[in-house]
Ligand binder design. Structure first.
Ligand code: C2E
Ligand code: MG
Ligand code: MG
Ligand code: MG
Length: 288
């Protein structure tokens, strides 16, 4: 059965390859205009200390409100933006919007921003981060950059230089989606991370699956040995949260802890209730 499915998928792909390539070119073109057209906005997802339930920060997640197709998920458009080079401009918009937003909060929570490989390999990246911090007035220690392992592999010396530069500014770096990439352990040793984010695929049913539990315990041991706090992504149930609490995992993020939302929805956590200025597409929606 799997074989038949595989064949079908392959045949479908072959038949539609022309159309797919065309769709991709259209999207590349639309992405290059989307920043100027204010079609992006950010949602924020809470990150909480598991033992106390205390709020520690938010991860900023980009959303694209396409004028005709509606919301396009980042898993679809980020890879296209990375291939076409549009990610440079989009990534700068995300960084600026997230830092300006966080600088307005009464409560000095951290803001975590996802950084793609292309950004990390740009020799001007740390200068841009520095400028963004100065312009927004956000304390460097409140910014955390989330970097996946795949972002490190293209040019390791370049990536390492960039990480050292941003860390010298006082910015923290987290290894995102830990365990899903290539050569996770050597990357942990080679790069100066401040936090490990275990991928959500290892958290799903961690309280019910002995194999997954063994892996998560091992990662927690690794974090302890290296002196790095561990954040569990994708916490969806109370059972998973209880397991993580019992195993002394420091931080949690996921639908059970808090779904991503517009920052206005979190005014009791940020201590701010006025609408934001930079959250482009969401701001348009709020005004309309
Ligand atoms: P990520 O950095 O691992 O972000 C976590 C993803 O998991 C988010 O998906 C979030 O909405 C989702 N999530 C949170 N809690 C749960 C849960 O309990 N269960 C499940 N099943 N999912 C949960 P989202 O927002 O669709 O983002 C997907 C990916 O797109 C991100 O994965 C990140 O790699 C990328 N991305 C998002 N925003 C940006 C950005 O501004 N820049 C870059 N370069 N990449 C971004
Ligand atoms: Mg992330
Ligand atoms: Mg992640
Ligand atoms: Mg993930």
């Amino acid at each position: 059965r799997a074989k038949t499915e595989g064949k079908d998928t392959y045949r479908y792909f072959e038949a539609s390859m022309g159309a797919e390539a065309r769709d991709k070119r259209v999207m590349e073109h639309e992405l290059r205009q989307a920043v100027a057209r204010k079609e992006f906005y950010l949602v924020y997802q809470p990150q909480k200390e598991i033992s106390s339930g205390k709020m520690v920060g938010f991860e900023a997640l980009i959303r694209w409100r396409h004028p005709t197709r509606g919301d396009v998920p980042p898993t679809i458009f980020i890879p296209v933006a990375e291939d076409s080079g549009a990610i440079g401009q989009i990534g700068e918009w995300v960084l600026t919007a997230a830092c300006e937003e966080a600088a307005r909060w009464e409560n000095p929570l951290t803001v975590a921003v996802n950084v793609s490989a292309v950004q990390l390999h740009n020799p001007n990246f740390s200068r841009k981060v520095h400028e963004t911090l100065l312009n927004s007035g956000l304390a460097p220690g409140r910014l955390e950059l989330e970097i996946t392992e795949t972002a490190l592999v293209k040019d390791m010396p370049r990536a390492l230089a960039t990480l050292r530069q941003v860390k010298a500014l006082g910015v923290r770096v987290a290894m995102d989606d830990f365990g899903t990439g290539y050569s996770s352990l050597s990357n942990l040793r080679a790069f100066p991370f401040d936090k490990i984010k275990i991928d959500g695929s290892f958290i799903k049913s961690v309280d019910k699956n002995g194999q997954v539990a063994a892996i998560v315990r091992a990662v927690l041991g690794l974090g302890r040995g290296l002196g790095l706090p561990v954040l569990a992504e994708g916490v969806e149930t109370l059972g998973e949260l209880k397991f993580l609490d019992a195993e002394a995992c420091e931080i949690g993020q996921g639908y059970y802890i808090g779904r991503p939302g517009l920052i206005e929805e979190f005014s009791e956590l940020t201590g701010v209730d006025a609408p934001t200025v930079t959250n482009d597409a969401a701001g348009q929606r709020n005004r309309s």
